[in-house]
Write a protein that binds this ligand. Structure first.
Ligand code: CP
Length: 304
């Protein structure tokens, strides 16, 4: 495989190799000198057609810590605004001797489309409501770090499942590794037939929390809503918001995750997000090591 387009396209063995490689890079980035010379002859373009904080900076740091040359492209300040197509844009960038493209795009399937039309290794950094493979990898890596392993763990993904590339990639990644997965949220924000992916649907948050070892709380993606979905924000908070009182009322320890950005006070309150139950900043930190692993493994195929 010369691309990472989605978790759907990789195997359990690929995930294991990425995690073993990330373990090594996690050690590297905790050293006083955080860099390795592994990718000195590789040039990577980060193409962001949609806003990002964590993913964009994490990829850039991962590339720089591997000593790759890096160029950053933001669609908002580019000639895309003058009507240049995606393929023309990327082929022009590649003609400047770029080896690998990391791309975030609002359209589902944009990475797959690009991989079929240009001659470069493509890493999907999120394509619309489709997949966000490196987020799912860093999420599973963080569960493995906190709980020892992913296999056999009960994981509930809570919130706007319908518009979430994080949810879909996490479902694929968790099932691949033998976790049990439920989704929980308002019926209007859960895709029809999601059970076909091997997950169960739970519409009661308390029951979901009583069942799970890990709760991954998602943001309601207002920017992807094209009609008015029930419930209102106030009703959502009452039914699906995670707060300290609810967490304390459970007779168990739960690991709390969130991919960011957080809408504090909506899907999660600050006293939960900032508590010892939460591994939200660990997820962000692990993102650098996991992305270093993905880029390193793909680049080793370019070099062959
Ligand atoms: N989790 C995530 O993708 O965050 P950003 O949109 O800030 O990259």
């Amino acid at each position: 495989v010369n691309h990472l387009l989605g978790i759907k396209y990789i195997t359990k063995e690929d995930v294991d190799l990425i995690f073993e490689t990330a373990d090594h890079f996690k050690e590297v980035i905790n050293r006083p000198i955080k860099k390795v010379p592994s990718l000195r002859d590789i040039t990577i373009a980060n193409l962001f057609f949609e806003n990002s904080t964590r993913t964009r900076l994490s990829f850039e740091l991962a590339e720089k810590r591997l000593s790759a040359d890096v160029v950053n492209f933001s669609a908002a300040s580019s000639s895309v605004k003058k009507g240049e197509t995606l393929i023309d844009t990327v082929n022009n960038i590649l003609s400047m001797k770029v080896d690998m493209v990391v791309m975030r795009h609002p359209n589902p399937g944009a990475g797959v489309f690009l991989s079929q039309h240009v001659n470069a290794s493509i890493v999907n950094a999120g394509d619309g409501a489709h997949e966000h493979p490196t987020q799912a990898l860093l999420d599973s890596y963080s569960i493995r770090e906190r709980l020892g392993e992913v296999a056999g763990k009960n994981v509930v993904i809570v919130g706007d499942i319908l518009h979430s590339r994080v949810a879909l990639s996490n479902i694929f990644a968790l099932k691949l590794q033998g976790a049990n997965v439920k989704v929980c949220g308002p019926q209007t924000l859960i895709p029809k037939h999601i059970e076909k992916l091997g997950v169960e649907v739970e519409t009661n948050l308390r029951r979901a929390l009583e069942w799970c070892d890990v709760a991954n709380m998602l943001r309601v993606q207002n920017e992807r809503m094209d009609i008015s979905y029930f419930p209102s924000t106030r009703e959502y908070v009452q039914q699906f918001g995670l707060n300290k009182a609810l967490l304390d009322s459970l007779d168990k320890e739960i690991t709390i995750m969130h991919p960011g950005p957080i809408n504090r006070g909506v899907e999660i309150t600050s006293d939960v997000a900032d508590s010892d139950h939460a591994i939200i900043l660990d997820q962000v930190q692990n993102g650098v090591a996991v992305r270093m692993a993905v880029i390193y493994l793909l680049a080793s195929k370019i070099k062959q």
